[in-house]
Ligand binder design. Structure first.
Ligand code: SF4
Length: 278
């Protein structure tokens, strides 16, 4: 494994495997970085993305996630110390280089993960800095740690891209390792503050493709009144090699990708609830 200073923060895509890049940062520095937000841990950043918010985006992928989704395609982001330690000022200066281009292309900056709110102070400071330079901001989150943001801090993201992974509590728990309640509470709080949401729903055959799962999420999303679009994302096996390389037990070896027809069927359920779905 290369030393952290030799690993470029920029990546062609987030599917590159990265481990142990922050392991030499002393524990006390990690604690103060998390408390202040003056340093973060990033898996990588990518440019040119067009699916993580409106227009062409720069996307920073944070490391650290407390969830354990069975289909996670970036399990190397679970451990925060696998990421590259980056000072806030370096991250802001890096973003500044793209500011003009992003504005011309009606794009913006998306903070994703991992789970970006594992580093909530860093997330707030970085998104605020992006907004201050006139760049549209999006926060891609599973919402579970949304309580870490104050009402005022909800505004640092012009858009929240919220993953809801399943509807019935038992399926959600088995699929992600976590309870669904805090996710729904965060979505309701965003709605109460009229913050726009793009909803993401990963369609995993045998897990989240059951009508009860899709219909429940669709009804809930429609009731919020702030969901601008829904993206139904077909499950894929692109991250399988990471599970093998990390020596982790991958349960979805035999799970097929959903057919285009079943993706369209799911979209129709969301559309039937009055939402735009793609
Ligand atoms: S929330 Fe995202 S990063 Fe975390 S385990 Fe699930 S898919 Fe992976």
């Amino acid at each position: 494994m290369s030393a952290p200073h030799l690993v470029s923060l920029e990546a062609k895509n987030p599917f590159v495997l990265r481990v142990n890049l922050g392991k030499d940062v002393p524990e006390s520095d990690v604690r103060s970085a998390l408390a202040s937000g003056d340093m973060g841990f990033l898996h990588s950043y990518t440019t040119g993305a067009t699916v993580d918010g409106p227009g062409v985006r720069v996307v920073a992928w944070t490391s650290g996630c407390p969830w354990r989704c069975l289909y996670c395609h970036n399990p190397d982001t679970w451990n925060m110390m696998n990421g590259i330690p980056v000072t806030l000022s370096r991250a802001v200066e890096g973003l500044r280089k793209y500011r003009q281009g992003l504005r011309v292309m009606s794009g913006g900056f998306t903070l994703s993960g991992g789970e970006a709110l594992m580093q909530d102070r860093f997330a707030v400071k970085l998104l605020s800095a992006a907004r201050a330079m006139g760049v549209h901001t999006a926060l891609d989150t599973n919402g579970w740690l949304g309580h870490r943001l104050s009402d005022d801090e909800l505004k640092v993201a012009d858009l929240v891209i919220l993953d809801i992974k399943a509807w019935t509590p038992a399926v959600h728990l088995e699929l992600t390792g976590m309870e669904i309640g805090p996710v729904l509470a965060f979505a309701e709080r965003l709605a109460a503050h009229r913050r726009p949401i793009w909803l993401r729903y990963v369609l995993v055959p045998g897990w989240s493709d059951a009508p009860a799962e899709i219909e429940g999420v669709a009804r809930f999303a429609a009731s919020l009144g702030v969901v601008e679009r829904v993206d139904v994302l077909p499950f894929h096996q692109l991250g399988r090699f990471k599970w093998a390389e990390l020596g982790m037990d991958y349960r979805l070896h035999d799970t097929p990708e959903p057919s285009p027809e079943s993706v369209e069927r799911a979209c129709k359920v969301f559309r039937g609830a009055g939402l735009k779905a793609y």
